[in-house]
Design a protein around this ligand. Structure first.
Ligand code: FPP
Ligand code: MG
Length: 341
């Protein structure tokens, strides 16, 4: 397989360090980590080992971090924010367990996926279990409306994931359809992390609108860079297999833009080529498609769209009063945009 040369623009930019971004919420992040460990230990014995493996191998904690930074900026210090931050990470983990079954993925966060370790049947049930327990946990918090926000967003995540699956191998997918899918499957949870903090902190309508817009765009950037990293990333850094979108027929922004850049004759040729990929064999070689994306400039164009969303995210919170939390939220935009993992 020919490797795609990473874009020079992507290569040069170094993402800020997540530890320094989370510095203002350092102790809260530690509490979330402890809660996640307790979470797995408190599961019934038949589930404990499985739950422990996935819940303690947490990721970058972006969603809990987001919730805590927004809470910090709004001056909300209630202890519910820690439990909710842990619950949101568990919802995210549960969704990834299910997603890895759907995507036939074998690697997640640098480890075997739950489906590969325990089998898809156990993986499915483990995802269900973790999801329902996080909702139960959110129902035990002071305010029941937080559970309403969490269930509403997961309902949308399922809708987004179903739509994406339905559109597999649809090489006529439009940018608009792509954005509708990623808004639901990914951006919703980032937005919900912000919305939950605003709700708990009884933020003003102006603050709420600012953070919701910020979270929405941050989530879009996250999914666009995820789709780019699937092509240009390094498995050792992302902790996931690369080229899984092409392999599974997921039509993401780089491919949509590559096809858009072709003239009608080239498009007929490439659509016929892409159709062949559907009947994949072990020998299926994706290098020509990768070259297509590279030489049409689709990778740069995809990144440019992420940059535009980044401008919108920064702008959304630009006029809010300055604070260490808000500065971290601005750095978080750069982290998500320039991340390599
Ligand atoms: C990763 O997408 C997956 C998501 C962002 C959402 C998955 C949502 C569900 C499976 C429905 C909700 C389910 C529960 C239990 C709450 P991706 O495949 O593009 O990213 P990846 O490269 O990290 O796999
Ligand atoms: Mg996936």
């Amino acid at each position: 397989m020919t490797e795609v040369t990473p874009l020079s623009s992507l290569k040069e930019q170094i993402a800020p360090d997540i530890k320094s971004i989370f510095y203002p919420i350092k102790s809260e992040i530690k509490s979330v980590e402890s809660q996640l460990k307790i979470w797995s230990k408190n599961s019934p014995s038949a589930i404990r080992a499985m739950a422990s493996k996935v819940v303690s191998n947490y990721g970058k904690l972006l969603r809990p971090g987001l919730l805590l930074l927004v809470s910090g900026h709004l001056g909300y210090k209630g202890k519910d924010r820690i439990s909710l931050a842990a619950a949101i990470e568990v919802v995210h983990t549960a969704s990834l367990i299910h997603d890895d079954i759907i995507d036939n993925s074998s690697l997640r966060r640098g480890q075997e996926t739950a489906a590969l370790s325990f089998g898809p049947d156990f993986g499915l049930l483990l995802g269900d279990y973790l999801f329902i327990r996080s909702i139960k946990r959110s129902l035990s918090l002071t305010d029941k409306n937080v559970a309403l926000i969490l269930t509403r967003v997961t309902e949308e995540m399922v809708e987004g994931e179903i739509e994406e699956l339905r559109q597999s191998f649809n090489f006529n997918l439009t940018e608009n359809q792509y954005y509708q899918i990623i808004r639901k499957k990914t951006a919703g949870l980032f937005q919900a992390a912000c919305e939950l903090s605003c709700y708990l902190a009884q933020a003003s309508e102006k603050e709420k609108a600012a953070f919701i817009t910020y979270g929405h765009h941050l989530g879009l950037i996250f999914q666009i860079t995820d789709d780019l990293l699937d092509i240009t990333g390094n498995s050792a850094q992302t902790g996931k297999s690369i080229l899984s979108d092409l392999r599974e027929g997921r039509v993401t922004l780089p491919l949509i833009l590559a096809l858009k850049n072709l003239n009608p004759r080239e498009k007929i040729y490439w659509l016929a080529e892409l159709k062949k990929y559907r009947q994949k064999t072990n020998k299926t070689n994706y290098s020509s498609i990768l070259k297509l994306m590279n030489y049409t400039g689709a990778l740069e164009q995809t990144f440019a769209q992420a940059e535009k969303k980044a401008d919108k995210a920064r702008k959304a919170i630009h006029l809010l009063p300055d604070s260490a939390y808000r500065r971290s939220l601005l750095d978080l935009v750069d982290f998500v945009l320039y991340r390599k993992k």
